[in-house]
Design a protein around this ligand. Structure first.
Ligand code: MG
Length: 159
């Protein structure tokens, strides 16, 4: 078995959609990035790649590539899963922490959880999503950015 860790941070800005785990969360501001800036899918992608020692999201999908402009990050996660599976590993579970002062994520946590479960072909009870505020300090607490951390466990696929 192997563990992997992923992290991502993106700035919040008016006039952008807020996508978390592929779910559109109603909010006045959204995350800024070259792709759709979905911190949950980016951190998940990095955690999977990390567990299988396959590099990181920047190696696979450089943000200098115009093809990735406003890209659907579900494609990044699906490609990472394909590579992890191809290397002989299956995903056991993922645990996600979203750091957000605003919006309040309590009401949407369960919705956010279902989408990565579907993308990773995992049962719902193998995916957990937690939400933390920034306690009003630092870039999270001042609501300048959102961040996400993910830990995943992978195991050898039966041969
Ligand atoms: Mg990112």
């Amino acid at each position: 078995m192997r563990v992997g860790i992923g992290h991502d941070t993106h700035r919040l800005e008016a006039g952008r959609p807020l996508l978390l785990g592929g779910v559109l969360v109603p909010h006045a501001r959204g995350l800024v990035g070259h792709s759709d800036a979905d911190i949950v899918l980016h951190a998940l992608t990095d955690a999977l790649l990390g567990a299988a020692a396959l590099g990181d999201i920047g190696d696979l999908f450089p943000d200098t590539d115009p093809a990735h402009r406003d890209a659907d990050s579900a494609l990044f996660l699906s490609e990472a899963l394909r590579r992890v599976n191809q290397a002989g590993w299956g995903v056991v579970n993922v645990d996600v922490i979203i750091h957000a002062q605003e919006p309040k994520l309590g009401p949407v946590k369960q919705t956010i959880r279902a989408n990565p479960a579907r993308l990773l072909e995992l049962p719902l009870d193998a995916v957990n999503v937690k939400a933390k505020t920034g306690e009003r300090v630092g870039h999270i607490g001042r609501a300048e950015a959102l961040a996400c951390q993910v830990v995943t466990l992978i195991d050898r696929l039966p041969s």
